[in-house]
Design a protein around this ligand. Structure first.
Ligand code: F6R
Length: 256
């Protein structure tokens, strides 16, 4: 795991953008698992600008949706699918046939989750996962506790997630109580992972993610045992309570 601490949100988004463009340039047909939420939006804007400046071509990327609320049609204003299309797929000019939706509105969501995993495996697995960090340490909607081999499945959202997601839809009562999430076993097998984290409210959970015990109770801490994980944080999220030397002792390949 590498931790890159940038001065502020914009610098963090640029730094994650550098890494992602470099990955896509080396592998233009990469399979990408895409989070929504607020944190990666700066990164996605950064990518859209760079694509407009012809710095890279995203038209061959294969996109997989990370998570979705249960029972929402793709055109429901709360659907994470729509958010992913507006923020990532469309600005990057990725053809719709390259996008694999996680169908939270399926009659049999568990079977749909299993089929989704098979599609990922048939594509050769995930090359790069773009993730945000939940206030309770969730990744996607893998709420704590989440076992490392957990499949893509239906989950009940915790009150922490319902509260934090209320901000997107004008109140917690708008937030569906259940979701379909890509499971930890797919996330942890990604060849590369970029985790973006911003803001002082993520400080405690970020330090538990990168330097706490590896435990299903903090699903993001399982990334400590995964290959090629880069954590991009802004200084507000990392804080200044740990000295540079202390951080480097914790994580040998750290850029602060
Ligand atoms: C969104 C998702 C969630 C968010 C997390 C952080 O697709 O999977 O796990 O990444 O809740 O959300 P923000 O970035 O809004 O703080």
């Amino acid at each position: 795991m590498r931790l890159i601490v940038a001065d502020d949100y914009d610098a963090m988004s640029q730094s994650a953008g550098d890494e992602l463009v470099s990955i896509i340039t080396k592998r233009p047909s990469a399979s990408v698992l895409v989070a929504t939420g607020n944190t990666p939006m700066g990164l996605y804007r950064e990518l859209a600008n760079r694509r407009q400046n012809r710095q890279f071509d995203a038209s061959r990327l294969r996109v997989f949706q990370l998570d979705e609320y249960l029972g929402l049609a793709p055109d429901d204003r709360r659907s994470l699918y729509g958010w992913m299309l507006r923020s990532f797929v469309e600005p990057l000019g990725i053809p719709s046939e390259n996008v694999v939706r996680l169908p939270g509105d399926s009659d049999d969501p568990d079977a749909a989750g299993a089929a989704f995993e098979e599609t990922i495996l048939a594509a050769g697995g995930i090359d790069v996962a773009i993730l945000g960090l939940g206030p309770n340490g969730h990744l996607g909607f893998n709420e704590p506790p989440a076992e490392p081999d957990s499949p893509t499945r239906v989950v009940d959202l915790t009150s922490a997630s319902i509260d934090s997601n209320g901000q997107y839809w004008g109140g917690t009562e708008q937030v569906p109580r259940r979701a379909l999430t890509t499971g930890m076993r797919i996330l942890l097998a990604a060849r590369q992972t970029l985790l973006v984290v911003s803001g002082a409210h993520k400080r405690d959970i970020l330090s538990r993610t990168v330097s706490g015990p590896i435990t299903p109770d903090v699903p993001a801490s399982l990334l400590q045992a995964a290959p090629n994980v880069m954590v991009f944080a802004d200084r507000a999220a990392w804080g200044s309570d740990l000295s540079r030397q202390a951080v480097q002792a914790l994580l040998p390949a750290t850029e602060i």
